[in-house]
Each structure stands twice: as C-alpha cells, then as structure tokens.
Design a protein around this ligand. Structure first.
Ligand SMILES: Nc1ncnc2c1ncn2[C@@H]1O[C@H](COP(=O)(O)OP(=O)(O)OP(=O)(O)O)[C@@H](O)[C@H]1O
Length: 235
C-alpha cells in the first residue's frame, strides 16, 4: 500500500521564535519576545495593541523592511534572509504605509503605473493605464483625481492612491498600517470590503495594523500585542 504522507503546505508567512530589540546609546527596548506566528493565505488579519506595543515593528519585520534581532521569518517556507528582503518586497509583499510614501512629483495614475513597472505585475505594458484607472476607481478616485499630482489630493485621497498602488503590485501578502485612519466612514467601509475580497476571493494574505475596533471586527483573525507577546483570536 502506498502510504505517502500528504504534502504539507507551509503558511504564507511564519514567525519562528522571533524577538526584536532596539538598541541605542541610552537604552535597550525589547519590543517582541520569542514570537511564534503563522499567517495563511485567504485570511484577513488585523493587529491590535496599545500605542508603543510594537505593531509597526511587527509590520516592518513581516514586510521585510527590517530583520529580527533573533529568530526566523519565512515566506512560503523560505527564510526571508535567504530569499533576500529586497526580492521579497519586490515580488511577494506590498505595504500601504501610514505616511503613504507616494512619489510626490507624479500624478496618482503615474504612481500606480510605476508600481506595476517596478514589480513587473500584470497586465502587459499596453493595458497598464486602463488597469491603473480601474484600481483607482475601485478605491473611489475618478479620472480627474487620477490625473492630479498627488500633492493636490486630500490626505484621505492620497491614502486611497497608496492602497490602489499596493493592489497594482498583485502580490501574495498585503500589509497596511492604519489604512482607514484618514477616511470617512463610507470610504473606510469600501476599503475594508476590498481587503475582505482580496483575502476571500483572490486568496491573498492581508495583514492590517489598526486601532479601529470596527476594522478588527470585520477581519477574520485579530492579533493583540501586549508586553512583547501576541494573543491570537477570532475577530
Ligand atoms: N528605531 C527605533 N529605535 C528605538 N526604539 C524604537 C524604534 N522604533 C520603535 N521604537 C520603540 O519600540 C516600541 C514599539 O514601537 P512601535 O512603533 O512598533 O509601536 P506601535 O504599537 O506601532 O505604536 P503606535 O500605535 O503608537 O504607532 C516603542 O516603545 C518605540 O518607542
């Protein structure tokens, strides 16, 4: 009889015994202590916790902007240190930053198209403008706003450009730091719907840092950071 064990798929992202310490001249701050965590595709996570509990730190490690002082982070089973943080960020992960980090000398449309060009995301060159406009419309920005320099958009509109740009990268994992903080209730509601759709119909892994209980309640799993440890629960 053939008793071959079924192949076990590794989680999209895995933290194994991860600790993180900030060390500067005067003090040493231990932010994360021996964290073990698994993030799966098809799931929308929110990360909660009091100010200073380490949410942004967790996001920077998970998104490959920084390396943990101890432990291993794996994407699809491969150590990020071996895969290369630059390659991981370019091909597999996209982040919506709290300060948007848009290219301020470009229009909204150019920001989104540039992201496709840099990451080599689909569609092919000739269809990129139309796709970028579709993504901008999806987050509630019309063609007039798409053609405006991003500095001539409001904070909430810039936030939406940042979300459209992350969607344009078509990556496996989407990270966002307080993505609905500057948005009115209706727009925030639409953005949360997009995160749910990405996870549930496109099988992406979506990880969002927030203080918003409304956002957390609409995610699939919540992670709460406190004193360097993480508690995982259903939303
Ligand atoms: N580069 C750094 N050097 C030293 N300490 C840092 C650095 N970045 C963050 N910290 C400290 O690490 C701790 C966690 O910070 P972090 O920004 O991850 O928290 P947070 O939960 O995201 O906070 P908030 O909700 O206020 O944004 C804080 O005490 C902060 O002062």
């Amino acid at each position: 009889m053939n008793r071959t064990a079924p192949a076990i798929t590794p989680p999209a992202l895995q933290f194994a015994d991860v600790s993180h310490v900030y060390q500067n001249q005067r003090r040493r701050t231990t932010v994360l202590k021996q964290i073990d965590l698994a993030f799966e595709r098809g799931t929308f996570y929110t990360v909660l916790g009091p100010s200073g509990s380490g949410k942004t730190t967790l996001l920077s490690l998970a998104s490959g902007l920084d390396s943990p002082t101890k432990g291993t982070i794996r994407f699809d089973g491969q150590d990020l240190a071996e895969l290369g943080l630059g390659r991981y960020r370019n091909k597999h992960a996209a982040t919506v930053f709290q300060q948007y980090n848009l290219l301020t000398y470009m229009t909204a449309l150019q920001n989104v198209i540039t992201a496709m060009e840099i990451t080599g995301a689909k569609p092919a060159t000739g269809r990129r403008k139309a796709h970028a406009l579709e993504l901008l419309a999806k987050v509630g920005l019309d063609p007039d706003m798409a053609d405006r320099n991003v500095l001539k958009l409001s904070g909430g509109q810039q936030q939406r450009v940042a979300i459209a740009r992350a969607l344009a990268c078509d990556v496996d994992i989407l990270f966002a730091d307080e993505p609905t903080g500057n948005l009115d209730e209706d727009t925030a509601d639409g953005i949360i719907g997009i995160f749910q759709e990405l996870a549930h119909t496109q099988n992406k892994c979506v990880i969002v840092v927030t203080h918003s209980q409304t956002l957390a309640a609409r995610s699939d799993r919540t992670l709460t950071l406190r004193k360097g440890k993480v508690a995982v629960g259903a939303a």
